[in-house]
Design a binder for this molecule. Structure first.
Ligand SMILES: [Zn+2]
Length: 143
């Protein structure tokens, strides 16, 4: 079982879309990531009726990593709905891209699963170039 299968297997059981109550809908997108230390963390999306609460699975997994371990760097990440991503199905949204970069500019090297069957990945730096924070940190990585 390669690391991507380990990540997929870790996230898959979290997929069971449900209305938590009249305001919260959750578990309809799931995610697993591998931190710099090699540990695996998972998350699932949590959506609130008013919209401002919405948390993507990627950010929940990232916050799970950070609150559990204090780590800020992510080696690789996979997100999907009912099945592993194909095509560009696993791409993180802009807020998640920004959050990953703000936790560490080194996350420009984070591998993002694009096509699970083909094991095709892209780096965060490739899909989120010229990050504004590079000016602040003095570092431009992943380019
Ligand atoms: Zn997102």
């Amino acid at each position: 079982m390669d690391i991507w299968e380990q990540l997929y297997t870790a996230a898959k059981p979290l997929y069971h879309p449900e209305e938590v109550n009249a305001f919260i809908y959750a578990h309809n997108v799931v995610c697993a990531l591998q931190s710099k230390s090699g540990a695996i963390y998972t998350g699932f999306c949590i959506e609130g009726l008013c919209g401002t609460l919405n948390l993507c699975a990627e950010r929940v997994a990232l916050l799970n990593m950070y609150t559990t371990s204090g780590e800020t760097e992510v080696q690789r990440i996979i997100a999907f709905r009912d099945a592993a991503p194909t095509g560009m199905g696993g791409m993180p949204c802009g807020v998640c891209r920004e959050t990953l970069m703000e936790f560490s500019a080194n996350n420009a090297q984070t591998e993002i699963m694009v096509d699970y069957a083909q094991r095709k990945t892209v780096t965060l730096g490739e899909i989120f170039p010229n990050w504004w924070g590079s000016v602040k940190t003095g570092e431009v990585r992943g380019e």
